[in-house]
Design a protein around this ligand. Sequence first.
Ligand SMILES: *Cc1c(COP(=O)(O)O)cnc(C)c1O
Length: 215
Amino acid sequence: MGLAEITSRLRAAEARAGRAAGAVTLIAVSKLQPGARVAEVLRQGQRVFGENYVQEAAAKWPAWRAEFQGVKLHLIGPLQSNKAKAAVELFDAIHTLDRPSLADRLARLAEARGQCPEVFVQVNTGAEPQKAGVLPDALDRFVADCRALGLPLAGLMCIPPEAEDAAPHFAMLAAMAARNGLAGLSMGMSSDFEAAVAAGATHVRIGSAIFGPRT
Ligand SMILES: *Cc1c(COP(=O)(O)O)cnc(C)c1O
C-alpha cells in the first residue's frame, strides 16, 4: 500500500465524516520495520511516527531526528515505570497510561522537567484479561485522579478485541472521552482506521499498511 495511498484513504475518510482535511493525525507505526523503509517514508515527508518499545526507539530515532526536521514520536506500546524517564525525554506523546503508579511517575517527571508529553489514557474497552488499559468502569475516576495530580491529559486510546467489530469499541471510547471533556481519540489501525475516523478519531496508528509486514 504505502504512505500515499493511506494518506489519500485517510483524507477520503475525513471527507465522508464531514471533518476537515488533516483533522486526523496519521501516526506511522515504525516498530520492528527495516530502517530503509522508515527512511523512505521520512523522505516522502511523513513526520509523525509511533514506536512500541522505548529502547528500540532510543536506538533508532536520534540519528533520524538530526537528519529530518520536525519529527514527532508517539509511544504506543506499554510503558514500564522504570522506563518512564527515558520515555518522557524521547517521546512527544504517550498513548499508554494505564495505571495510577505510572500516572504518579509521569506527573512527577513532568513537574521536574517543566513540560509534559501529550498523554492519552489507554482504555481496555473489551475488558480483555490479557490486555493493558483502564477498565471502562474505572475510567472516570482514573481521569479525575490524573487531573488531581496535575497531569494534563490529551485523550483516550484503545485497541479493540481482535475478533470483534471495532466500531462499537470506537463509539464507546468517543463517549467516554466526551463525558470526561477530553478531545483526543487515538484509535484505528491498518485494518480499521476508516471506521475509527467515522467515529471521531483524532489520531490513527497505522503500521503494516504503510510499511509492509514487520520483520
Ligand atoms: C503495532 C501497533 C499498531 C499498528 O498496527 P498495524 O496493524 O500494523 O497498523 C497500532 N497500534 C498499536 C498499539 C500497535 O501496537
